[in-house]
Write a protein that binds this ligand. Structure first.
Ligand SMILES: [Zn+2]
Ligand SMILES: [Zn+2]
Ligand SMILES: [Zn+2]
Ligand SMILES: [Zn+2]
Ligand SMILES: [Zn+2]
Length: 322
């Protein structure tokens, strides 16, 4: 059943114990004892037939009894009742709910049976009462244990474990020189802190380069998109400016046309006013005396009005200039 390599310790090891790992490890056989019933061979002296399981014919383990007083290992009868509904011994109807603990006197007889340690094949000579054999087997020096190093397939007795751990290929420890590496025992001779650290440094450097490249790429693409955005905005603004320029020049030419029209209108008004004035003056000079006054006098008489006209003209001109 035990397929793993079994290492027996030829010599007692009296080395200093680094830590007693063996105490916390659970014996391998404990896992294998799912098969119920104690092997009759292990018992010293006569075993009453009433203490044997009706299913496996071994000594009762974790016993239960039926109303017909036949007794079974708990796992044996539970297994049987999956496919049957009768007592395996006398075929009387039997249901799981009918099962009861064994009579107290039988339990006492069972507990007092003398049994050999299950690790007898490994060298244990201990014989003790059935009620205490389990406790012994948990601490038995010959108990088979799985090596505590991860990955190691070796099974070894508790007393040989320390010796095995000293030579186990799967033992590892943190490098004493402080490089931080965990080294397997077998690799210790080839271990070179500088090489290990250099390899790690190379790896970190490659990782860093990769990250830097990633960030650079991201920044570039972000800049690119911003640049594109700016170019778009610029051309938009440029077309807006052009549009505004066009509007402005249209407005300017409209203004010029309006100013020209205004100038013409004022000139016409001036002309009309002047004509009216001249007409009035002409009437006044004709009525008082037939003889026309000398032109210089007329000029002088007219002068204040003509001055006013000049003034208006000038003003008009100023307006047109503006
Ligand atoms: Zn049984
Ligand atoms: Zn029965
Ligand atoms: Zn033992
Ligand atoms: Zn090992
Ligand atoms: Zn190192």
């Amino acid at each position: 059943m035990l397929t793993a390599k079994i290492v027996s310790n030829p010599a007692e090891v009296n080395e200093a114990k680094p830590e007693d790992v063996s105490k916390i490890l659970i014996p391998v056989t404990h896992h294998l004892s799912n098969r119920m019933g104690y092997d009759l061979e292990r018992f010293v002296g006569y075993v009453n037939e009433g203490l044997l399981c009706c299913v496996c014919r071994d000594v009762l383990e974790d016993p239960l009894q039926a109303p017909c007083e036949h007794a079974f290992c708990s796992s044996c009868i539970h297994g049987w009742l999956v496919h049957h509904n009768t007592c395996p011994e006398d075929r009387l109807p039997l249901d799981i709910t009918h099962l009861r603990p064994l009579f107290r006197y039988m339990r006492n007889d069972l507990a007092r049976l003398q049994v050999r340690c299950v690790f007898r094949p490994q060298g244990c000579e201990v014989i003790c009462a059935l009620e205490s054999v389990h406790r012994h087997e948990q601490q038995c020096d010959y108990a088979l244990l799985n090596c505590s190093n991860a990955g190691c397939p070796v099974q070894v007795s508790r007393r040989s474990l320390e010796a095995h751990l000293c030579v186990c290929e799967y033992s590892s420890r943190v490098c004493a020189s402080g490089c931080g590496c965990t080294i397997l025992n077998t690799e210790e001779a080839q271990h070179n802190c500088v090489l290990e650290l250099r390899a790690e440094l190379d790896m970190l450097r490659a990782e860093l380069d990769c990250k830097v490249e990633e960030v650079r790429h991201e920044m570039e693409s972000r800049l690119d998109s911003q640049r594109r955005h700016m170019v778009q905005k610029e051309s938009l603004l440029r077309s807006e400016v052009d549009e505004l320029k066009g509007q402005l020049s249209r407005v300017m030419s409209d203004v010029r046309v309006l100013l020209g029209a205004e100038r013409v209108r004022r000139q016409e008004l001036e002309k009309v006013e002047l004509l009216e004035l001249l007409k009035k003056e002409g009437l006044r000079t004709a009525t008082p005396s037939e003889a026309a006054p000398p032109p210089a006098e007329v000029q002088r008489k007219l002068s204040p009005r003509s001055l006013a006209l000049d003034c208006i003209k000038r003003k008009n001109r100023e307006v047109t200039v503006i």
